[in-house]
Design a protein around this ligand. Structure first.
Ligand SMILES: Cc1c2[nH]c(c1CCC(=O)O)Cc1[nH]c(c(CCC(=O)O)c1C)Cc1[nH]c(c(CCC(=O)O)c1C)Cc1[nH]c(c(CCC(=O)O)c1C)C2
Length: 474
């Protein structure tokens, strides 16, 4: 028996920094958590040294190597989360396809899928413990070795992105071979997407059983689909994955935050915010305020600085980060890049990015808490029996809790802020002198609530959470 087999997914060290997990759930944090996609990567000299001369997928199959590569960025920077070192293409391998990582070329499938008959060559049922147990071992080992410093994220590629690689045989700019299947062999495409979805669900559940504390689903090739194809070939499978994983975890009393990152999939933002995920990851082409408006507080957001901004001088990085934080607000937000780090990036600038997120967000939060103390006496919160209690804005906001389906968990009667009030089908309420209250019993046109609530949300940086309560309780 190998040493790593004796390390079990239990008795994990206590988590010391839960900012990332709290932000995923829309809860308050003392700073905005930050991590970077591809934080374990070639921009780090220690990564290049560890990987030198070794085959990429041999490295992926070594739990000790994956653990070491995952920990390297955590030792260097105060990231708020670690992501397990692996690759999305281990799934096609588990389904029986040969995938090699060729230097200078990237992932290559010597025998990609060409026609629908080729689906018969794939394993119809994958035993993830047998085929991908090495990833689970890497997760368990890493979770122990992290010593509770930060949570560990597990991940997978989404069905469409994996399908694209399996048909293209590697990276592509047009994805024309894979898209040919969508237009020409739509039934076979759905069959393949369903097969992938089944493996992915088992794979993600296996990652959680091994110790993953959050899960990210990468739909890296969403951008080459139009809105219609996205709705048919990507969204239903992304939804199915989150629903099935969440449902099965619920049965064992677990709730693990799930993040969906559909790169360049702007048109899917509203749909993705109502797809059982806790967090929607954004690339840099979306404006933070507009993303908040379009997702209406139903999910937390993650992203979205242009990775190339890391080529800027440190002072400029700091300004860009500040603007990004002002756009997203500090609650229900995880700072990240809009895509992965590139190999030629300067680790020092990555450090500057992390520091800027922590420093600016702490400043904003400290400033906000001073304002909240002043605003506290202006806030009235009406209880169920019609009484009125005075609560601070912070208390009122704290009592808003989201479920992953976007519904407010605790019954909120009304939340009044100096410039905004929301009523939720409750007994007659008294109007606070500073609060223009929506008339009881009226059903204002949703967009008008949206506009009002959005300006309040921008001011308070959290109110948007209650908008979903309004709609879900109607
Ligand atoms: C560091 C690395 C990885 N994969 C590859 C590399 C570079 C090659 C090397 O080090 O030798 C090849 C590697 N693997 C892949 C590519 C992209 C090829 C292409 O389509 O152009 C390359 C060069 C495929 C891949 N692999 C992944 C995605 C989804 C994210 C994204 O959109 O970038 C994709 C598309 C996921 C992935 N891949 C990796 C991680 C590790 C954790 C971390 O982020 O720190 C993750 C999450 C690790």
């Amino acid at each position: 028996m190998e040493k790593v087999d004796l390390i079990l997914p239990k008795d994990f060290p206590t988590l010391k920094n839960d900012a990332f997990l709290c932000a995923c759930r829309g809860q308050e944090t003392s700073h905005v958590p930050v991590w970077c996609m591809r934080q374990a990567g070639r921009y780090l000299p220690e990564f290049r040294e560890s990987r030198a001369g070794k085959d990429f997928f041999d490295t992926c199959r070594s739990p000790e190597a994956c653990c070491e590569l995952t920990l390297q960025p955590i030792r260097r920077f105060p990231f708020d989360a670690a992501i397990i070192f692996s690759d999305i293409l281990v799934i096609p391998q588990a389904m029986g396809m040969d995938v090699q990582m060729l230097s200078g070329k990237g992932p290559t499938f010597p025998e990609p899928l060409k026609e629908p008959e080729d689906l018969l060559l794939l394993q119809p049922k994958v035993d993830v413990n047998k085929e991908l147990g090495y990833v689970f071992k890497a997760i368990t080992l890493t979770r122990h070795k992290l010593e509770g410093k930060v949570p560990l994220i597990g991940f997978t590629g989404a069905p469409w992105t994996l399908m694209a690689y399996m048909i293209e045989g590697g990276g592509s700019t047009t994805h024309s071979k894979a898209k040919r299947w969508l237009y020409r062999h739509s039934e076979a495409s759905h069959k393949l997407l369903r097969m992938l979805t089944d493996v992915i669900v088992d794979y993600l559940l296996g990652q959680v059983a091994a110790g993953a504390q959050a899960l990210q689903v990468f739909e890296s090739h969403a951008g080459c689909l139009g809105p219609v194809e996205f709705k048919e070939f990507s969204l239903p499978y992304l939804r199915d994955i989150a629903r099935r994983v969440k449902d099965q975890l619920k049965e064992s009393g677990q709730d693990v935050p799930m993040i969906v990152f559909a790169k360049d999939g702007h048109y899917g933002l509203e749909d993705l915010s109502q797809s059982y995920y806790d967090v929607v990851g954004l690339d840099w082409t979306i404006d933070p305020r507009s993303a908040r408006e379009r997702t209406g507080g139903k999910v937390s957001l993650q992203g979205n600085m242009d990775p190339c901004a890391l080529y800027a001088p440190k002072e400029r990085i700091s300004e860009i980060v500040k603007r990004m934080l002002e756009g997203f607000g500090t609650r229900g937000y995880i700072a990240n890049l809009g895509h992965g780090l590139y190999p030629d990036m300067d680790p020092e600038n990555v450090g500057a990015f992390v520091e800027a997120v922590h420093t600016h967000s702490r400043n904003i939060l400290n400033h906000k808490s001073e304002e909240t103390q002043t605003a506290g006496s202006d806030v009235s919160y009406c209880t169920h029996n019609g009484g009125v209690e005075n609560l601070s804005v912070a208390d009122s906001l704290r009592s808003l809790r989201r479920n992953h389906d976007g519904k407010v968990r605790e019954p909120i009667t009304r939340l009044s802020l100096p410039n905004m009030s929301l009523g939720l089908n409750q007994p007659p309420l008294r109007q606070h002198k500073h609060s223009p209250v929506l008339p009881m019993g009226s059903r204002p046109h949703p967009p008008s609530i949206f506009q009002q609530a959005n300006s309040a949300a921008l001011a308070s940086q959290a109110l948007s959470v209650s908008i979903s309560g309004w709609f879900s309780q109607e």
